[in-house]
Design a protein around this ligand. Structure first.
Ligand code: ACO
Length: 430
C-alpha cells in the first residue's frame, strides 16, 4: 500500500494524492489544493501546536501514553541511576555517551568557564533587592552577548562550542549570584575542585568557611534533578529557542528568550506555584475542599497534567524517590503530607482520571528544593540551569538541519480583522 492519502476537495471535486512520511503530511503539500488560480491554497490551523510537528529531531523521545522518556535513546531511569549531569549533558548535545577522555575534556572546559566578568556583578547589584531571581537570570544571560560579541558567528562550529561551554558553565554562577543578591550576601566564587552541582551548592550556600563541602546526598540529588530536567523535546521554551534561533540571533539572546518562556507558571514556573499552592492549602484536611474548587474551575491543580504525558510522568516517579533521600538528610518536609494527600485523592477522582491528569515533574521537585534550603523563587531558575543544554542541543540541531537552515519560524494566521477602510480624521470620530 502506498504511503499516501487521497484528498477530495468537495469545493471543486478535484482529487489530490499527498505523501505521508513518519505518520505526517507536509503542510506545504496542502497548498496545491486551490479553488481558483488566485487562491493561496489550503493551510492548516493549529493554535497551541496541538497536532503539528515543527521539526525533525534526534535528541529526545517521549511516548506520552506509555510514560516513556529517553535522551538519545537512553531511558531516563537508567541515566538518573547511572549517569551524572555533565555526562548526560554531553550525551544530549553530541548524541553519544562520552569516552573517558571526552568526558574529562568536557568537564574541564565547563569547569574552566564558570567565572563571570566582574562587570556583571555591577549590574546584578543594580537589581532591586526583591527582584525575582528568574528575571535577573533572564536579563543577565542576555547581557552575556555584550561580553562575547563573536557569539553571533553562529555558523562557526568553534564559536558555537565556546558559547556552549560558557552557557552551561555560567548559568549556575549567574543563578547563585542572583540568589546571594536577594539575601544580601557577598557573591561566592566558583570552586574548581567541586563537581558541577557541588560547586553550585558552594556558590549558593558558602558562608565563612575556607572550603565548602557539599553534602554528598544533596549533591547527588541535585545532579539527578538536573539530569531529569536536561531536555524534553519540543516544549514551549525549546520551541522559543528554536524560534529565536531561526532568526539567527546569538545563543545568549536565544537562551534568554527560552528562559523567559520557562518562567511562565504553565511551564517551568509550575514548581514554584506547586509550593505556593501547598502553602495555601495549609493542612491535609483541607485537600478535599481544594480539589472541589479545582473541579469547579477555580484554578488548576499545579504540578498536575501535561500536554504530552497522559500517564504518570516518568520523571515524577524518580523525583519522588529522590525526595525521600533528601528528607532522610534534611528532615521530612511538612508539606509532603499535603502533597501525598492531593496526589492520592486526585488519582482516584473521576475528574482527573477522565482527563488523564497525573503528577508531572514539578509536583515533587519543589519539595526537594525547599528541603535543601532554597527559596521558592529559585525553583524555575534551577530548572533553567539544567535545561540550558537541551536548548543548545535543539538550537544547534536546527541550525544544521538542511530542512530548517535559513528558514525563519514564521506561522501563518487567519485574518478576521477589519477590511480596508479610509482613515477617519480626529474631528469626525464618534
Ligand atoms: N488541574 C485541573 N484541571 C486541569 C489541569 C490541572 N492541573 N490540567 C488540565 N486540566 C483540565 C483542563 O481544564 C481541561 O479540562 P476540560 O477538558 O474540561 O476543559 C483538560 O484538563 C485538558 O487541559 P488542557 O489545558 O487542554 O491540556 P493541555 O495539554 O493544553 O495543558 C498543562 C497542559 C498546561 C501542563 C496543564 O495540564 C496545566 O495547566 N497544568 C498545571 C500547570 C503545570 O503543572 N505545568 C507544568 C507542566 S510540566 C512542565 O512544563 C515542565
Amino acid at each position: 500500500m502506498p504511503d499516501t492519502i487521497t484528498i477530495t476537495d468537495n469545493r471543486t471535486g478535484k482529487k489530490y494524492e499527498i505523501p505521508v512520511h513518519d505518520g505526517m503530511i507536509s503542510a506545504t503539500d496542502l497548498r496545491q489544493i486551490k479553488t481558483s488560480e488566485e487562491d493561496f491554497g489550503l493551510g492548516s490551523y493549529d493554535p497551541g501546536f496541538m497536532n503539528t510537528a515543527a521539526c525533525t529531531s534526534r535528541v529526545t523521545y517521549i511516548d506520552g501514553d506509555k510514560g516513556i522518556l529517553r535522551y538519545r535513546g537512553y531511558p531516563i531511569e537508567e541515566l538518573a541511576e547511572k549517569s551524572t549531569y555533565l555526562e548526560t549533558a554531553y550525551l544530549v548535545l553530541y548524541g553519544e555517551l562520552p569516552t573517558k577522555a571526552q568526558l574529562d575534556d568536557w568537564t574541564y572546559n565547563i569547569t574552566h568557564h564558570s567565572i563571570l566578568h566582574e562587570n556583571i556583578k555591577k549590574f546584578i547589584d543594580g537589581f532591586h533587592h526583591d527582584a525575582h531571581p528568574m528575571s535577573i537570570l533572564i536579563s543577565t544571560v542576555a547581557a552575556l552577548s555584550t561580553f562575547y560579541s563573536e557569539a553571533k558567528n553562529i555558523f562557526d562550529p568553534e564559536s558555537r562550542q565556546k558559547q556552549t561551554y560558557r552557557l552551561v558553565a555560567k548559568m549556575p554562577t549567574i543563578a547563585a549570584f542572583a540568589y546571594r543578591h536577594s539575601i544580601g550576601m557577598p557573591f561566592a566564587y566558583p570552586d574548581n575542585d567541586l563537581s558541577y552541582t557541588g560547586n553550585f551548592l558552594n556558590m549558593l550556600f558558602k558562608m565563612t568557611e575556607l572550603k565548602y563541602q557539599p553534602h554528598p546526598v544533596l549533591e547527588r540529588a541535585l545532579d539527578v534533578l538536573f539530569i531529569l530536567h536536561a531536555d524534553h523535546e519540543q516544549n514551549i521554551s525549546t520551541n522559543v529557542m528554536r524560534g529565536i534561533g531561526s532568526a539567527h540571533s546569538d545563543p545568549y539572546c536565544s537562551v534568554a528568550g527560552a528562559a523567559a518562556a520557562l518562567y511562565g507558571p504553565l511551564h517551568g514556573g509550575a514548581n514554584e506555584q506547586v509550593l505556593r499552592m501547598l502553602n495555601e492549602i495549609g493542612h491535609k484536611d483541607k485537600v478535599p475542599g481544594f480539589i472541589q474548587k479545582v473541579k469547579a474551575g477555580e484554578g488548576r491543580l499545579m504540578g498536575f497534567g501535561h500536554r504530552v504525558y497522559k500517564n504518570y510522568d516518568p520523571r515524577a516517579k524518580i523525583i519522588k524517590k529522590v525526595a525521600y533521600e533528601v528528607f532522610d538528610v534534611k528532615g521530612r518536609n511538612p508539606l509532603l503530607e499535603i502533597a501525598l494527600e492531593l496526589e492520592k485523592i486526585a488519582l482516584e477522582d473521576e475528574y482527573f482520571v477522565k482527563r488523564k491528569l497525573y503528577p508531572n515533574v514539578d509536583f515533587y521537585s519543589g519539595l526537594i528544593y525547599q528541603s535543601m534550603g532554597l527559596p521558592i523563587d529559585m525553583f524555575p531558575v534551577l530548572f533553567a540551569i539544567a535545561r540550558t543544554i537541551g536548548w543548545i542541543a535543539h538550537w544547534q540541531e536546527m541550525l544544521l538541519d538542511p530542512e530548517q537552515k535559513n528558514k525563519i519560524a514564521r506561522p501563518r494566521q487567519i485574518y478576521k480583522g477589519a477590511q480596508k477602510r479610509p482613515y477617519v480624521p480626529l474631528s469626525q470620530r464618534k
